[in-house]
Design a protein around this ligand. Structure first.
Ligand code: ADP
Ligand code: MG
Length: 695
């Protein structure tokens, strides 16, 4: 955007009140241009609308005071610097106490004028009321304190709020009226204020109502752009080339259905019908199947793969780990070889030798294999399919959107695509990250599953717990012990956590001395990991101590107990995934969560685990209790990086933005308009947005 002499791309140092020295400090906040400053939105606001007279201050009140300081003293108590002073106005004086704001010392001398905001408390040390300033502004001799709602910016010590406010104010004053970027139609339909008004009000709102309106407008913009991007991806895949027109299910699919050792559940049937319909349509299928661990997603995927083979195409199945790929390969081969379907395995292990790699690639491109199951190795350079009809990716949240599309490009055909995940994905995410996919749910579990008994225990019960585990092992079962860390952490917050290595030593040299135990973690070589996993699967190893590497899909039906150490360190969704490793056989299964934090939020979370086996319920609980970052654990959750909107808090707005985008993107003129909009504003909404658009 350009406005005569005013350019948004101008260096921020040209804003009045900034200059080169402050510009250098602003760089640390990622503010380089005028535009960056404009969109450096306040972190919060302070209501400076009414000053309190010192005479009227009472305990417990949050007050705004203006006065002069005197008797400034500092003392160090352990690591803490405490500054004390008195503040005086024309009605009286009151004590002030700052904690850990040593930098203020040089700025405060007798008679300095201050505006402070803080809470009045009773101080037992001085036996009187003292105010702890949360915000301290030094006023010039003749400066009138600014009243109203004041922005508080994310900042560093080098730039005071006062400097920030002045700079933004100057920027806004020098900025011409912003052009509107949204069509009038949308503005009136969604009752949004203009962009210009919103940008000004987000920094200096007249009142709370204006602030809400500004926030709403800017949040809508972000969400709308993302939704338009997702709609665009969806449209492009539907427009560019025609997808594959699979025929109605025939003999081969029927034969595969008959070969399954069970009857499909109602939900499986429903989902397979939806998948079949998608595959039979000319438009490429883009479908996400969500279902709890063990709900039978893989069975549905297998049938879809058979369907594509029946139509003369090849199918690819991408699993997140080598172990899982092998497991699927074995299951698929056992069922499908009899039907004349040729199943192949493409994994890092197999492609390690150049010769076997080349051979396998050759077989795939010559269509000597019908279904290829693999890991990331499937998207390596060099893998070409003859006629790829369907791509299934398992546990989608571990693959990026880009990997998803790389696999699509492995053939001249535009394959159908099926994505499966066991992580319950909250609605927010199906509307953002997965917004280009249609969603199916499998809620019903196959019959005869015994619910896993989950109990949360304090660390004091450890001995009893492991006695129980030992008894289970002696009765012929196997057990997992999961730990949050591999080795002792240096970090203060994690220092108390016993890592997998130590727990393994303790158990394998102690109570399980006479029982084959193994340690498994993510830092081992893939080859070693596979070997350990194979031994456990074959029942040679009885007890497996591991980190969360076992989280994804391993199937050992004989394992009936899982112990999770330091359970409070895991997200509920993650615990639920972990728990899904047991309860796969005919024996009653147990999940024991050990934690020394049984109170507060941690306690509440573990209780939720005890009370429900419903992954969706858990996901929602966890989101409520801990927020998105925690919910998805360490893994990148892939949510767009938004400056002002919050996809959880603004769910309603998100849905409105989606509906608006849906209408908007159907019109070709609007598509061009959107392309321009994107060029103008991609800058504003960061890389994440560009990634979504580009993929
Ligand atoms: P997911 O992929 O959802 O984790 P799977 O498809 O691997 O689940 O199924 C888990 C287990 O349940 C497998 O051992 C599978 O053979 C079995 N299974 C799947 N569908 C059914 C069904 N309808 N009835 C009985 N068992 C089933
Ligand atoms: Mg699975």
């Amino acid at each position: 955007m350009s406005f005569g002499t005013f350019e948004f791309t101008d260096n921020v140092m040209y804003v009045k009140g900034v200059g080169p020295r402050r510009a250098a400090s602003l760089e640390k906040l990622n503010i380089f241009t005028k535009y960056d400053l404009l969109t450096h939105y306040p972190r919060t606001y302070e209501n400076h609308s009414s000053l309190t007279k010192i005479r009227d201050v009472f305990e417990g009140q949050t007050v705004i005071l203006v006065g002069r300081v005197f008797n400034v003293e500092a003392r160090d108590v352990r690591n803490l610097t405490i500054i004390n002073a008195w503040l005086q106005d024309n009605t009286g004086h009151i004590r002030l106490t700052w904690f850990n704001q040593k930098y203020l010392l040089t700025k405060l001398s007798d008679g300095t004028r201050l505006l402070i905001i803080g809470k009045a408390k009773y101080d037992s040390w001085s036996r009187g009321i003292t105010v702890n300033p949360q915000s301290t502004t030094i006023l010039d001799e003749d400066e009138e304190p600014e009243l109203g709602i004041m922005p508080v910016y994310p900042s560093t010590a080098a730039i005071s709020q006062k400097v920030f406010r002045t700079a933004v104010k100057n920027l806004l004053n020098s900025m011409p009226t912003l052009n509107e970027i949204l069509p009038q139609e949308i503005l009136s339909e969604q009752q949004l204020i203009s962009l210009d008004k919103a940008m000004r009000a987000i920094h200096f709102p007249k009142d709370n109502f204006e602030l809400d309106m500004a926030r709403r407008r800017l949040a809508f913009d972000e969400l709308f752009l993302i939704q338009c991007g997702l709609m665009l991806i969806k449209r492009q895949t539907q427009d560019e080339r025609l997808g594959i027109n699979h025929k109605k299910n025939g003999e081969l699919v029927k034969a595969a259905l008959e070969k399954l050792p069970f009857e499909l559940t109602g939900d499986q049937k429903k989902v397979f019908r939806a998948v079949s319909k998608d595959m039979e349509s000319k438009l490429p299928m883009r479908r996400l199947i969500q279902g709890d661990v063990g709900s039978g997603k893989t069975a549905v995927a297998m049938l879809a793969l058979v369907k594509t083979v029946e139509n003369g195409f090849q199918g690819a199945f991408m699993a997140p780990t080598e172990i899982l790929a092998i497991q699927h390969y074995e299951k698929f081969s056992a069922l499908l070889n009899d039907l004349g379907i040729r199943v192949g395995l493409l994994s890092a292990k197999i492609t390690r030798s150049k010769k076997s790699r080349e051979e396998l690639y050759q077989k795939i491109s010559a269509h000597e294999l019908d279904i290829v199951i693999g890991t990331h190795a499937l998207i390596q350079e060099g893998v070409r399919f003859d006629k790829l009809g369907l791509v299934v990716t398992d546990e989608q949240h571990r693959f990026g959107v880009n990997q998803r599309s790389t696999l699509e490009k492995k053939s001249d055909t535009l394959p159908d695509m099926l994505v499966m995940t066991a992580t319950p994905i909250p609605r927010t995410m199906t509307l953002t990250v997965y917004g280009d996919l249609d969603v199916s749910l499998i809620k019903e579990l196959p019959p005869g599953r015994k619910p896993i008994k989950t109990v949360a225990k304090s660390i004091r019960s450890r001995k009893k717990i492991y006695d129980f585990v030992r008894a289970e092992i002696l009765a012929g079962r196997q057990a997992y012990v999961v730990c949050p860390l591999i080795e002792r952490s240096e970090s203060e917050t994690l220092a108390d956590i016993e890592p997998a290595e130590e727990i393994f030593d303790m158990l394998s040299n102690g109570i399980f001395r006479d029982i084959p135990c193994a340690l498994l973690h993510g830092r081992m070589k893939p080859r070693d990991k596979d070997e350990i996993m194979e031994k456990f699967r074959d029942g040679e190893t009885k007890l497996l101590v591991s980190t969360t590497v076992i989280e994804v899909g391993v199937d050992v039906p004989n394992a009936s107990v899982m112990v999770v150490e330091h359970a409070e360190r895991f997200g509920l969704a993650q615990l639920h995934q972990l728990r899904g490793r047991v309860g796969r056989g005919s024996e009653k299964s147990y999940c024991i969560l050990i934690s020394d934090k049984k109170s507060g939020v941690s306690g509440a979370r573990l209780e939720t685990m005890e009370s429900t086996n419903d992954g969706f319920k858990l996901a929602e609980e966890d989101l409520k209790l801990r927020g998105p970052g925690q919910f998805f654990g360490e893994a990148q959750h892939g949510l767009p990086d938004l400056k002002i909107a919050d996809v959880f808090r603004d769910l309603e707005l998100l849905i409105k933005a989606r509906d608006a985008a849906e209408k908007f993107i159907t019109d070709d003129d609007n598509l061009n308009y959107f392309a321009n909009l994107r060029q103008n504003l991609a800058l504003a909404y960061g890389d994440k947005f560009n990634q979504i658009i580009a993929s």
